[in-house]
Structure formats: C-alpha cells, structure tokens
Ligand binder design. Structure first.
Ligand code: GDP
Length: 188
C-alpha cells in the first residue's frame, strides 16, 4: 500500500493591533513557547515561521502541514508605504487587543477597516481568514474591561475567529494559531 501523501500548505499571517497589546509576546509564545521579560521593541517589524501539523481527522484530512509565515508589524504599519507590503499575499490576520484596555478594543474597528482596504479576498464570500484575539486574559478579572460576550459578538459580526489569549501563561495561543491553520486549509 502506498503511503498517503501529506499535504503542505504555506500561508502568511499578519499580526495587527495597537502597540502594547502583546503582538510580539504572542508571536514569541507561539514560536518559542517563552514569555520574555524584556523583549526588544520591534522597530522595523519581525518575521517568524512555524509549521502546524493537523491530524488526519482534522481539517483537510491526510494530516495537512501548514507552514505559517508570521509578520509582526512592530509599528511599521504607521508608514503608509509599508502597509501594502505588509498585507501582500496574506492569507490571514489576527487583530489583537488588550482585555484590560478599552482603547485597544475600540481600535479593533480601525484595524478591520485597514485590513479590508489592504488585504485581498476580504468581504462577502471571500476566503481571507480573520481572528480577533483578546490578549492578557491572565490578568485579574477585576482588571478586565471588555466582556467576553461583547468581543464574541464583534467577532461574529465580522466572521472572525475569536480567542482569549495570554502570551504570559500561554493560554489559548496554540489553539488560536491552530484554528487559523484549519480555517486556511478549509477555505483553500
Ligand atoms: P506589542 O507592542 O503589541 O508587540 O506588545 P508587546 O508584546 O511588546 O507587549 C507589551 C507589554 O505587554 C509588555 O510589557 C508585555 O510583557 C506585556 N504583555 C504581553 N502579553 C501579555 C499577557 O498575555 N499578559 C500580561 N499580563 N502582559 C502581557
């Protein structure tokens, strides 16, 4: 019997969200499984890659391998000329906010607009994969300003995956990227 061929898919994922919400920390947690005390402020942006293996009974069957190319803006999205490059050929975006900071949740609309204007395949019936990540969910519940239900509602309205993450504890981070990988496989 011939061994079944594993499918390998590559996809670019961009990290969006206000400065300080934890984008770099989420990337570090996902790639290296660490939470750095001191992490160089990303100035020109950062790039990482990580492969996720989906088991045969998950999306795509045959145990698809999904190699994610992750782009962290590090504020470079402020430079108009970088925006196009940043979104070029992206298959997915993760918009991050800080669950303890209302301002960063209000900015989610800004990021959704920027994404819709610059990414291809967004909108009705399109296959651009979008996620909304409420980071710092390790914080004391008293510090949490954005109710989970509110965030879920916004995510639903914009056809986004919703996740609560903590780059600090690691909670929800692997799961988030796995859901994105699955949705990318399904939507291709
Ligand atoms: P970025 O500007 O969006 O890339 O954010 P950073 O990754 O640089 O994180 C900003 C600050 O938030 C840093 O001081 C991090 O240590 C902190 N931080 C990031 N993720 C978490 C988290 O999940 N929980 C907590 N408590 N702090 C976090």
């Amino acid at each position: 019997q011939q061994p079944m061929q594993q499918k390998m898919i590559e996809a670019k994922v961009v990290l969006l969200g206000d400065s300080g919400v934890g984008k770099s920390s989420i990337a570090q947690r996902f790639i290296k499984n660490i939470f750095p005390d001191q992490y160089d402020v990303t100035i020109g942006g950062a790039y990482f890659q990580q492969t996720i293996s989906l088991s045969p009974n998950e999306a795509g069957g045959l145990g698809t391998q999904v190699k994610l190319h992750i782009w962290d803006t590090g504020g470079s999205e402020k430079f108009r000329s970088m925006i196009k490059l940043y979104y070029k050929d992206a298959a997915a975006a993760i918009i991050c906010y800080d669950v303890s900071d209302e301002k960063t949740f209000q900015s989610v609309y800004y990021w959704i607009n920027q994404m819709n204007e610059n990414a291809s395949n967004t909108g009705e019936g399109a296959n651009f994969v979008m996620a909304l990540a409420g980071n710092k969910c390790d914080l004391d519940p008293a510090q949490v300003k954005i109710p989970l239900e509110t965030a879920i509602e916004v995510a639903k309205k914009h056809n986004m995956i919703h996740a609560e993450t903590s780059a600090k504890s690691g909670k929800g981070v692997q799961e988030l990227f796995k859901k994105i990988a699955e949705k990318i496989v399904i939507s291709r």
